[in-house]
Design a protein around this ligand. Sequence first.
Ligand SMILES: Nc1ncnc2c1ncn2[C@@H]1O[C@H](COP(=O)(O)OP(=O)(O)O)[C@@H](O)[C@H]1O
Ligand SMILES: [Mg+2]
Length: 343
Amino acid sequence: MNICFLMYPWEDIDPENDTSLALIHECVKRNHGVALCSPANLTIRNSVTNAFCTVVNRMDKVSSSLKTFYKQATLREEMLPLAGFDVIFMRANPPLDPIMLNFLDSVKDDVFIVNSLQGIREANNKLYTAAFGDSHSNIIPATHVSKNKNYLVKQIKESASDKMILKPLNGFGGSGVILIEKSAMSNIKSLLDFYVTNSDGSSNYVILQEYIEGADQGDVRILLLNGEPIGAMKRVPGSDDHRSNVSAGGSVAKHTLTKEEKALCKQIGPKLVKDGLYFVGIDVIGGKLVEVNVMSPGGVTYMNKVYKTKIQCKVIDFVESKVLDQLEAFNRRSRLRNEVANA
Ligand SMILES: Nc1ncnc2c1ncn2[C@@H]1O[C@H](COP(=O)(O)OP(=O)(O)O)[C@@H](O)[C@H]1O
Ligand SMILES: [Mg+2]
């Protein structure tokens, strides 16, 4: 198979902790062709969508260590037609560039894309969970999404709890996620000005969310493949931060899914699959769904370390079986067409 990773450049990879690299490594080990392309390097030439790619040269022997593989890999640059790949892995960091998806629309019937364009369009920011159809806040925390500052101030004032979470719609890695307290109300208008209103006069939606008690003990990252959990870990915030993201100083530990978390996965799994969200990372606190990461879900390398496992194998197994299914369907159709043509 040939697999294109639409992601940040090779030089930006963190060779120790990068989930994309773990997936690339597994593909190269299985002797699949691997190319990386950053969204800025898509072009259309004579109606064909091309990617100016960094191709990973095939290796006779692939080191089992991710760091060594990263060091030893040699690369070449090539312009390649996207429809010639069997799989495109969408691994770009948020925010989503909608134009990039328009480029990919032209190949979506030819190539298996993880996650599907439709799914990424629907779920690329935190509105996806906010609009989950959970009006009684059973699985998601009580959430407001708005850019109306008066409305937001009113919600904070009327909140039964002193603490709330404010975050941007498009952030990742914990960036901009802040804990606000009613007792420090004098800051809140200024904070909302900062979050909502840009210097050019444009404005942003923000998320105001119930603070889930127990978040100081950490959150749970669960990876779901085709709607089923394939790995989980606990992330505990550092002593001087309320956020559990590893990039914000959180540390990682083993975690066995609770009954509540298993039920949550069962409840949302079918919707994720229906939306073409085959490989996602969800963040759960106190059994409540805080975020569905669909753009470039991470955590594989950390889970591998704490569990001494190789989660990437399951992901590539799944992708291989999907491509095989597509190939079989294509061959069957060709056989039947030939049968009719030759009748
Ligand atoms: N409603 C909440 N209650 C308590 N803590 C929260 C809440 N929302 C976010 N956090 C903390 O902030 C972290 C980052 O929030 P998240 O919504 O996952 O955004 P990001 O995309 O930046 O990871 C979470 O992992 C959690 O530690
Ligand atoms: Mg998160």
